[in-house]
Design a protein. Structure first.
Length: 456
Protein backbone atom coordinates (compact mmCIF):
# COMPACT_ATOMS: atom_id res chain seq x y z
CA UNK A 1 0.00 0.00 0.00
CA UNK A 2 1.35 3.40 -0.94
CA UNK A 3 1.84 5.79 1.93
CA UNK A 4 -0.32 8.90 1.48
CA UNK A 5 1.48 12.16 0.90
CA UNK A 6 0.80 14.40 3.88
CA UNK A 7 2.89 17.31 2.62
CA UNK A 8 1.02 19.98 0.72
CA UNK A 9 2.59 21.36 -2.41
CA UNK A 10 3.48 25.06 -1.98
CA UNK A 11 1.21 27.34 -3.90
CA UNK A 12 2.74 28.99 -6.95
CA UNK A 13 3.49 32.67 -6.23
CA UNK A 14 1.57 33.85 -9.28
CA UNK A 15 -1.71 32.11 -8.41
CA UNK A 16 -4.56 34.08 -6.81
CA UNK A 17 -4.57 31.83 -3.70
CA UNK A 18 -0.88 32.39 -2.89
CA UNK A 19 0.01 34.79 -0.05
CA UNK A 20 0.99 38.35 -0.83
CA UNK A 21 4.76 39.08 -0.94
CA UNK A 22 5.93 40.12 2.59
CA UNK A 23 8.26 42.86 1.32
CA UNK A 24 5.42 44.40 -0.68
CA UNK A 25 3.26 44.35 2.44
CA UNK A 26 5.95 46.23 4.40
CA UNK A 27 6.16 48.75 1.58
CA UNK A 28 2.42 49.41 1.65
CA UNK A 29 2.40 49.70 5.46
CA UNK A 30 5.16 52.36 5.40
CA UNK A 31 3.15 54.34 2.86
CA UNK A 32 0.05 54.01 5.01
CA UNK A 33 1.76 55.46 8.09
CA UNK A 34 2.77 58.64 6.28
CA UNK A 35 -0.72 59.03 4.79
CA UNK A 36 -2.22 58.92 8.30
CA UNK A 37 -0.20 61.98 9.30
CA UNK A 38 -1.26 63.81 6.16
CA UNK A 39 -4.91 63.15 7.03
CA UNK A 40 -4.34 64.70 10.45
CA UNK A 41 -2.88 67.82 8.84
CA UNK A 42 -5.66 68.08 6.24
CA UNK A 43 -8.36 67.78 8.90
CA UNK A 44 -6.67 70.28 11.21
CA UNK A 45 -6.04 72.87 8.49
CA UNK A 46 -9.58 72.50 7.14
CA UNK A 47 -11.10 73.20 10.55
CA UNK A 48 -8.61 76.05 11.14
CA UNK A 49 -9.55 77.70 7.83
CA UNK A 50 -13.28 77.37 8.53
CA UNK A 51 -12.91 78.79 12.04
CA UNK A 52 -10.82 81.68 10.77
CA UNK A 53 -13.00 82.59 7.79
CA UNK A 54 -16.37 80.82 8.18
CA UNK A 55 -16.46 80.74 4.38
CA UNK A 56 -17.03 77.82 2.00
CA UNK A 57 -15.43 79.93 -0.75
CA UNK A 58 -12.02 79.58 0.90
CA UNK A 59 -12.43 75.81 0.91
CA UNK A 60 -13.15 75.95 -2.80
CA UNK A 61 -10.16 78.18 -3.60
CA UNK A 62 -7.79 75.98 -1.62
CA UNK A 63 -9.20 72.88 -3.34
CA UNK A 64 -8.58 74.50 -6.73
CA UNK A 65 -5.05 75.39 -5.64
CA UNK A 66 -4.50 71.73 -4.79
CA UNK A 67 -6.09 70.39 -7.99
CA UNK A 68 -5.03 72.72 -10.82
CA UNK A 69 -1.23 72.65 -10.37
CA UNK A 70 -1.40 68.86 -9.99
CA UNK A 71 -3.19 68.56 -13.32
CA UNK A 72 -0.61 70.75 -15.04
CA UNK A 73 2.27 68.88 -13.39
CA UNK A 74 0.88 65.37 -13.99
CA UNK A 75 2.40 64.76 -17.47
CA UNK A 76 5.84 65.78 -16.21
CA UNK A 77 5.38 63.62 -13.12
CA UNK A 78 4.59 60.67 -15.38
CA UNK A 79 7.79 61.15 -17.37
CA UNK A 80 9.82 61.42 -14.17
CA UNK A 81 8.22 58.28 -12.76
CA UNK A 82 9.20 56.29 -15.88
CA UNK A 83 12.70 57.77 -16.18
CA UNK A 84 13.98 57.97 -12.60
CA UNK A 85 14.45 55.56 -9.74
CA UNK A 86 11.05 55.23 -8.07
CA UNK A 87 12.45 54.85 -4.57
CA UNK A 88 14.39 58.13 -4.92
CA UNK A 89 11.25 59.87 -6.16
CA UNK A 90 9.17 58.59 -3.26
CA UNK A 91 11.82 59.69 -0.76
CA UNK A 92 12.00 63.15 -2.35
CA UNK A 93 8.22 63.54 -2.15
CA UNK A 94 8.19 62.57 1.53
CA UNK A 95 11.01 64.98 2.38
CA UNK A 96 9.34 67.86 0.53
CA UNK A 97 6.02 67.18 2.26
CA UNK A 98 7.70 66.99 5.66
CA UNK A 99 9.43 70.33 5.09
CA UNK A 100 6.12 71.96 4.07
CA UNK A 101 4.41 70.72 7.24
CA UNK A 102 7.38 71.88 9.30
CA UNK A 103 7.00 75.36 7.82
CA UNK A 104 3.34 75.46 8.86
CA UNK A 105 4.31 74.28 12.34
CA UNK A 106 6.98 76.99 12.69
CA UNK A 107 4.58 79.69 11.50
CA UNK A 108 1.93 78.51 13.92
CA UNK A 109 4.40 78.61 16.79
CA UNK A 110 5.46 82.14 15.86
CA UNK A 111 1.86 83.29 15.49
CA UNK A 112 2.35 83.89 11.75
CA UNK A 113 0.14 81.15 10.31
CA UNK A 114 -2.27 82.67 7.78
CA UNK A 115 -4.14 81.74 4.62
CA UNK A 116 -1.09 82.46 2.45
CA UNK A 117 1.00 79.93 4.38
CA UNK A 118 -1.81 77.38 4.26
CA UNK A 119 -2.06 77.93 0.49
CA UNK A 120 1.70 77.39 0.06
CA UNK A 121 1.64 74.20 2.12
CA UNK A 122 -1.39 72.98 0.15
CA UNK A 123 0.43 73.58 -3.14
CA UNK A 124 3.60 71.73 -2.07
CA UNK A 125 1.62 68.79 -0.71
CA UNK A 126 -0.45 68.59 -3.92
CA UNK A 127 2.60 68.53 -6.20
CA UNK A 128 4.40 65.98 -4.01
CA UNK A 129 1.26 63.84 -3.87
CA UNK A 130 0.94 63.79 -7.67
CA UNK A 131 4.55 62.70 -8.18
CA UNK A 132 4.24 60.18 -5.35
CA UNK A 133 1.10 58.69 -6.85
CA UNK A 134 2.68 58.26 -10.30
CA UNK A 135 5.78 56.57 -8.85
CA UNK A 136 3.87 54.41 -6.37
CA UNK A 137 1.29 53.17 -8.89
CA UNK A 138 4.01 52.10 -11.31
CA UNK A 139 6.08 50.51 -8.53
CA UNK A 140 3.24 48.29 -7.34
CA UNK A 141 2.73 46.76 -10.79
CA UNK A 142 6.45 45.90 -10.85
CA UNK A 143 6.60 44.22 -7.47
CA UNK A 144 3.31 42.33 -7.41
CA UNK A 145 2.38 39.46 -9.78
CA UNK A 146 -0.62 40.16 -12.00
CA UNK A 147 -2.73 37.60 -10.15
CA UNK A 148 -2.36 39.61 -6.92
CA UNK A 149 -2.85 43.15 -8.24
CA UNK A 150 -6.51 43.33 -7.26
CA UNK A 151 -5.83 42.15 -3.71
CA UNK A 152 -2.81 44.45 -3.27
CA UNK A 153 -4.75 47.47 -4.54
CA UNK A 154 -7.57 46.58 -2.16
CA UNK A 155 -5.08 46.40 0.70
CA UNK A 156 -3.64 49.77 -0.29
CA UNK A 157 -7.14 51.24 -0.29
CA UNK A 158 -7.70 49.65 3.12
CA UNK A 159 -4.71 51.55 4.53
CA UNK A 160 -6.12 54.66 2.94
CA UNK A 161 -9.34 53.91 4.80
CA UNK A 162 -7.41 53.58 8.07
CA UNK A 163 -6.01 57.06 7.47
CA UNK A 164 -9.45 58.45 6.72
CA UNK A 165 -10.90 56.68 9.77
CA UNK A 166 -8.27 57.46 12.42
CA UNK A 167 -7.13 60.82 11.05
CA UNK A 168 -10.38 62.74 11.64
CA UNK A 169 -11.07 61.03 14.98
CA UNK A 170 -7.59 61.81 16.29
CA UNK A 171 -7.79 65.21 14.63
CA UNK A 172 -11.11 66.13 16.25
CA UNK A 173 -9.92 65.12 19.70
CA UNK A 174 -6.42 66.54 19.29
CA UNK A 175 -7.60 69.83 17.82
CA UNK A 176 -10.01 70.51 20.67
CA UNK A 177 -7.74 69.41 23.51
CA UNK A 178 -4.23 70.15 22.24
CA UNK A 179 -4.59 72.49 19.27
CA UNK A 180 -3.27 72.46 15.70
CA UNK A 181 0.43 72.34 16.65
CA UNK A 182 0.53 68.73 17.93
CA UNK A 183 -1.34 67.55 14.82
CA UNK A 184 1.29 69.10 12.58
CA UNK A 185 4.06 67.63 14.74
CA UNK A 186 2.51 64.16 14.43
CA UNK A 187 2.45 64.58 10.65
CA UNK A 188 6.18 65.38 10.64
CA UNK A 189 6.77 62.26 12.75
CA UNK A 190 4.66 60.12 10.41
CA UNK A 191 6.73 61.23 7.43
CA UNK A 192 9.92 60.34 9.30
CA UNK A 193 8.53 56.85 9.98
CA UNK A 194 7.52 56.50 6.34
CA UNK A 195 10.97 57.57 5.16
CA UNK A 196 12.68 55.06 7.45
CA UNK A 197 10.37 52.32 6.21
CA UNK A 198 11.04 53.24 2.60
CA UNK A 199 14.80 53.13 3.18
CA UNK A 200 14.42 49.49 4.17
CA UNK A 201 13.20 48.28 0.77
CA UNK A 202 14.67 48.03 -2.69
CA UNK A 203 12.58 48.87 -5.75
CA UNK A 204 14.05 47.57 -8.99
CA UNK A 205 13.74 49.44 -12.28
CA UNK A 206 11.47 48.33 -15.12
CA UNK A 207 13.02 45.68 -17.40
CA UNK A 208 15.53 47.14 -19.83
CA UNK A 209 14.29 47.54 -23.37
CA UNK A 210 10.63 47.44 -22.39
CA UNK A 211 10.00 51.13 -23.08
CA UNK A 212 9.42 52.45 -26.61
CA UNK A 213 11.92 54.81 -28.25
CA UNK A 214 11.10 58.54 -28.15
CA UNK A 215 12.24 61.04 -30.74
CA UNK A 216 11.99 64.08 -28.45
CA UNK A 217 10.90 65.18 -24.98
CA UNK A 218 7.55 66.37 -26.37
CA UNK A 219 7.09 62.99 -28.04
CA UNK A 220 7.67 61.29 -24.69
CA UNK A 221 5.49 63.82 -22.83
CA UNK A 222 2.52 63.28 -25.17
CA UNK A 223 3.02 59.54 -25.61
CA UNK A 224 0.56 58.61 -22.86
CA UNK A 225 -2.26 60.59 -24.46
CA UNK A 226 -1.76 58.94 -27.85
CA UNK A 227 -1.47 55.49 -26.29
CA UNK A 228 -4.68 55.79 -24.29
CA UNK A 229 -6.81 57.34 -27.04
CA UNK A 230 -5.84 54.53 -29.39
CA UNK A 231 -7.72 52.12 -27.09
CA UNK A 232 -11.52 52.47 -27.05
CA UNK A 233 -12.11 50.68 -23.74
CA UNK A 234 -9.63 52.76 -21.76
CA UNK A 235 -10.89 55.89 -23.47
CA UNK A 236 -14.44 55.09 -22.33
CA UNK A 237 -13.17 54.51 -18.80
CA UNK A 238 -11.42 57.89 -18.73
CA UNK A 239 -14.41 59.79 -20.08
CA UNK A 240 -16.67 58.07 -17.55
CA UNK A 241 -14.46 59.14 -14.66
CA UNK A 242 -14.17 62.64 -16.09
CA UNK A 243 -17.97 62.94 -15.98
CA UNK A 244 -18.62 61.48 -12.53
CA UNK A 245 -15.65 63.27 -10.93
CA UNK A 246 -17.45 66.58 -11.50
CA UNK A 247 -19.94 65.57 -8.84
CA UNK A 248 -17.51 63.65 -6.66
CA UNK A 249 -15.07 66.59 -6.52
CA UNK A 250 -17.77 68.99 -5.34
CA UNK A 251 -18.97 66.42 -2.80
CA UNK A 252 -15.44 66.04 -1.42
CA UNK A 253 -14.77 69.76 -1.10
CA UNK A 254 -18.16 70.42 0.54
CA UNK A 255 -17.86 67.50 2.99
CA UNK A 256 -16.37 69.50 5.87
CA UNK A 257 -18.18 72.86 5.45
CA UNK A 258 -21.52 71.10 4.86
CA UNK A 259 -21.31 69.15 8.13
CA UNK A 260 -19.85 72.07 10.08
CA UNK A 261 -22.71 74.30 8.90
CA UNK A 262 -25.15 72.46 11.21
CA UNK A 263 -23.01 70.18 13.42
CA UNK A 264 -19.84 70.20 15.52
CA UNK A 265 -16.30 69.18 14.56
CA UNK A 266 -16.89 65.96 16.55
CA UNK A 267 -19.71 65.00 14.16
CA UNK A 268 -17.43 65.81 11.23
CA UNK A 269 -14.64 63.69 12.70
CA UNK A 270 -17.03 60.81 13.37
CA UNK A 271 -18.45 60.95 9.84
CA UNK A 272 -14.99 60.95 8.31
CA UNK A 273 -13.96 58.17 10.66
CA UNK A 274 -16.91 56.00 9.62
CA UNK A 275 -16.11 56.69 5.98
CA UNK A 276 -12.62 55.40 6.65
CA UNK A 277 -13.97 52.39 8.56
CA UNK A 278 -16.06 51.43 5.55
CA UNK A 279 -12.99 51.71 3.36
CA UNK A 280 -10.94 49.56 5.75
CA UNK A 281 -13.58 46.84 5.92
CA UNK A 282 -14.02 46.71 2.16
CA UNK A 283 -10.28 46.75 1.52
CA UNK A 284 -9.56 43.96 3.99
CA UNK A 285 -12.36 41.82 2.59
CA UNK A 286 -11.23 42.30 -1.00
CA UNK A 287 -7.58 41.69 -0.05
CA UNK A 288 -8.54 38.31 1.43
CA UNK A 289 -11.02 37.50 -1.35
CA UNK A 290 -9.32 34.99 -3.63
CA UNK A 291 -12.10 34.53 -6.15
CA UNK A 292 -12.17 36.30 -9.53
CA UNK A 293 -14.00 39.64 -9.46
CA UNK A 294 -15.20 41.66 -12.45
CA UNK A 295 -13.42 44.98 -11.97
CA UNK A 296 -15.33 46.56 -14.85
CA UNK A 297 -18.73 45.82 -13.29
CA UNK A 298 -17.48 46.91 -9.86
CA UNK A 299 -16.54 50.33 -11.25
CA UNK A 300 -19.85 51.07 -12.98
CA UNK A 301 -22.22 49.59 -10.41
CA UNK A 302 -20.15 51.11 -7.61
CA UNK A 303 -20.48 54.54 -9.21
CA UNK A 304 -24.25 54.07 -9.50
CA UNK A 305 -24.52 53.31 -5.78
CA UNK A 306 -22.12 56.14 -4.90
CA UNK A 307 -24.35 58.66 -6.64
CA UNK A 308 -27.39 57.45 -4.72
CA UNK A 309 -25.49 57.81 -1.44
CA UNK A 310 -24.64 61.39 -2.43
CA UNK A 311 -28.35 62.11 -2.87
CA UNK A 312 -29.02 60.89 0.66
CA UNK A 313 -25.99 62.70 2.08
CA UNK A 314 -27.32 66.04 0.87
CA UNK A 315 -30.76 65.35 2.36
CA UNK A 316 -29.87 64.10 5.81
CA UNK A 317 -28.86 66.05 8.93
CA UNK A 318 -29.11 63.46 11.71
CA UNK A 319 -25.61 62.32 12.81
CA UNK A 320 -26.50 58.62 12.67
CA UNK A 321 -27.80 58.96 9.10
CA UNK A 322 -24.71 60.88 8.04
CA UNK A 323 -22.57 58.19 9.66
CA UNK A 324 -24.33 55.40 7.77
CA UNK A 325 -24.02 57.23 4.46
CA UNK A 326 -20.36 58.03 5.14
CA UNK A 327 -19.60 54.36 5.87
CA UNK A 328 -21.31 53.26 2.65
CA UNK A 329 -19.40 55.91 0.70
CA UNK A 330 -16.15 54.59 2.15
CA UNK A 331 -16.96 51.05 1.04
CA UNK A 332 -17.86 52.18 -2.47
CA UNK A 333 -14.78 54.40 -2.79
CA UNK A 334 -12.51 51.45 -1.99
CA UNK A 335 -14.30 49.16 -4.44
CA UNK A 336 -14.21 51.71 -7.27
CA UNK A 337 -10.63 52.88 -6.71
CA UNK A 338 -9.15 49.40 -6.24
CA UNK A 339 -10.98 48.07 -9.31
CA UNK A 340 -9.93 51.03 -11.46
CA UNK A 341 -6.30 50.76 -10.39
CA UNK A 342 -6.27 47.03 -11.14
CA UNK A 343 -7.77 47.58 -14.60
CA UNK A 344 -5.08 50.08 -15.51
CA UNK A 345 -2.23 48.01 -14.12
CA UNK A 346 -3.48 44.95 -15.99
CA UNK A 347 -3.85 46.77 -19.30
CA UNK A 348 -0.77 49.04 -19.33
CA UNK A 349 2.83 47.77 -19.68
CA UNK A 350 4.95 48.70 -16.60
CA UNK A 351 7.54 50.61 -18.64
CA UNK A 352 5.01 53.30 -19.64
CA UNK A 353 2.69 53.32 -16.63
CA UNK A 354 4.05 56.60 -15.28
CA UNK A 355 3.09 58.49 -18.43
CA UNK A 356 -0.23 56.68 -18.91
CA UNK A 357 -1.25 57.09 -15.28
CA UNK A 358 -0.49 60.80 -15.59
CA UNK A 359 -3.01 60.91 -18.43
CA UNK A 360 -5.50 59.36 -16.03
CA UNK A 361 -4.98 62.27 -13.67
CA UNK A 362 -5.25 64.94 -16.36
CA UNK A 363 -8.37 63.57 -18.03
CA UNK A 364 -10.18 62.02 -15.07
CA UNK A 365 -9.81 65.18 -13.00
CA UNK A 366 -9.52 67.70 -15.83
CA UNK A 367 -12.85 69.35 -15.06
CA UNK A 368 -12.41 69.23 -11.27
CA UNK A 369 -11.07 72.81 -10.80
CA UNK A 370 -13.87 74.22 -12.97
CA UNK A 371 -16.47 72.16 -11.09
CA UNK A 372 -15.19 73.33 -7.70
CA UNK A 373 -14.97 76.94 -8.86
CA UNK A 374 -18.52 76.79 -10.26
CA UNK A 375 -19.83 75.25 -7.05
CA UNK A 376 -19.35 78.52 -5.14
CA UNK A 377 -21.89 80.58 -7.14
CA UNK A 378 -24.07 77.49 -7.72
CA UNK A 379 -24.48 76.84 -4.00
CA UNK A 380 -25.14 80.44 -3.07
CA UNK A 381 -27.04 81.72 -6.10
CA UNK A 382 -28.72 78.85 -7.94
CA UNK A 383 -29.48 76.26 -5.27
CA UNK A 384 -29.99 78.86 -2.55
CA UNK A 385 -32.52 80.64 -4.77
CA UNK A 386 -34.28 77.35 -5.51
CA UNK A 387 -34.75 76.75 -1.79
CA UNK A 388 -36.16 80.22 -1.30
CA UNK A 389 -38.65 79.87 -4.14
CA UNK A 390 -39.73 76.25 -3.71
CA UNK A 391 -41.49 75.30 -0.52
CA UNK A 392 -41.28 71.61 -1.40
CA UNK A 393 -37.49 71.72 -1.78
CA UNK A 394 -37.16 73.79 1.40
CA UNK A 395 -39.23 71.22 3.28
CA UNK A 396 -36.81 68.48 2.24
CA UNK A 397 -33.44 70.28 2.36
CA UNK A 398 -34.15 73.20 4.70
CA UNK A 399 -32.91 76.77 4.44
CA UNK A 400 -29.54 78.49 4.64
CA UNK A 401 -26.04 77.97 3.25
CA UNK A 402 -25.77 74.40 4.52
CA UNK A 403 -29.07 73.42 2.93
CA UNK A 404 -27.97 74.94 -0.40
CA UNK A 405 -24.79 72.84 -0.31
CA UNK A 406 -26.86 69.77 0.52
CA UNK A 407 -29.22 70.33 -2.42
CA UNK A 408 -26.23 70.83 -4.73
CA UNK A 409 -24.62 67.56 -3.58
CA UNK A 410 -27.90 65.66 -4.02
CA UNK A 411 -28.35 67.02 -7.55
CA UNK A 412 -24.79 66.12 -8.51
CA UNK A 413 -25.22 62.65 -6.97
CA UNK A 414 -28.23 62.09 -9.19
CA UNK A 415 -26.04 63.07 -12.14
CA UNK A 416 -23.37 60.52 -11.13
CA UNK A 417 -25.97 57.73 -11.02
CA UNK A 418 -27.40 58.76 -14.39
CA UNK A 419 -23.92 58.61 -15.94
CA UNK A 420 -23.51 55.04 -14.65
CA UNK A 421 -26.94 54.04 -15.97
CA UNK A 422 -26.13 55.54 -19.38
CA UNK A 423 -22.87 53.55 -19.55
CA UNK A 424 -24.67 50.34 -18.59
CA UNK A 425 -27.30 50.99 -21.27
CA UNK A 426 -24.51 51.43 -23.83
CA UNK A 427 -23.02 48.03 -23.01
CA UNK A 428 -20.59 48.89 -20.22
CA UNK A 429 -16.89 49.60 -20.46
CA UNK A 430 -16.11 46.65 -22.77
CA UNK A 431 -12.40 46.54 -21.96
CA UNK A 432 -10.65 43.95 -24.09
CA UNK A 433 -8.18 41.58 -22.49
CA UNK A 434 -5.45 42.57 -24.95
CA UNK A 435 -5.68 46.36 -24.49
CA UNK A 436 -2.19 46.61 -23.07
CA UNK A 437 -0.25 44.44 -25.47
CA UNK A 438 0.94 45.72 -28.79
CA UNK A 439 4.13 46.26 -30.68
CA UNK A 440 4.41 49.93 -29.91
CA UNK A 441 4.63 49.31 -26.19
CA UNK A 442 5.40 45.68 -25.35
CA UNK A 443 4.36 44.29 -22.01
CA UNK A 444 7.13 43.69 -19.54
CA UNK A 445 7.89 40.18 -18.32
CA UNK A 446 5.90 38.91 -15.36
CA UNK A 447 7.68 40.11 -12.21
CA UNK A 448 8.69 37.68 -9.50
CA UNK A 449 7.31 38.65 -6.10
CA UNK A 450 10.65 38.58 -4.27
CA UNK A 451 12.92 40.10 -6.92
CA UNK A 452 11.25 43.44 -7.61
CA UNK A 453 10.83 44.54 -4.02
CA UNK A 454 12.91 42.91 -1.37
CA UNK A 455 13.97 43.92 2.10
CA UNK A 456 17.54 45.16 2.31
Amino acid sequence: MTKPNTHQTPEAPNTPSAPLPPAALRFIVSRGVSSLGTTLTTFGLNVWVFRETGSYAWFAWLAILAALPSLLFAPFAGVLADRWNKKSLLLSCDVASMLAISLALLCLGAGKLNLAVVALVTLVLALASELRWSALSAAISLVVPRAHLGRMNSLQQSFRGISVMLGPVLGAVGLDYFGLGPLLALDVLSYLIGIVGLLGVTIAAAPAGAAPAYTSFWHELSFGFRWVFARAGLRRLLLFFMAINIGVAVFSVTFAPYVLSFASSHVLGTSLGLQGAGGVAAGMLLARWRMPVSDQNAIVWGALAFGLCMVGWGLWRAPWMLGGAACALGVLTTVIMASSQTVWQMHVPPAIQGKVFAVRTVLSFGLTPLAILSSVPLAGTVFGALLERSGMLAALWGQGAGAAMGLMVSALGLGVSLCALALLAAGGLRLGADSGADAASPAAPEPQPASRLAAK
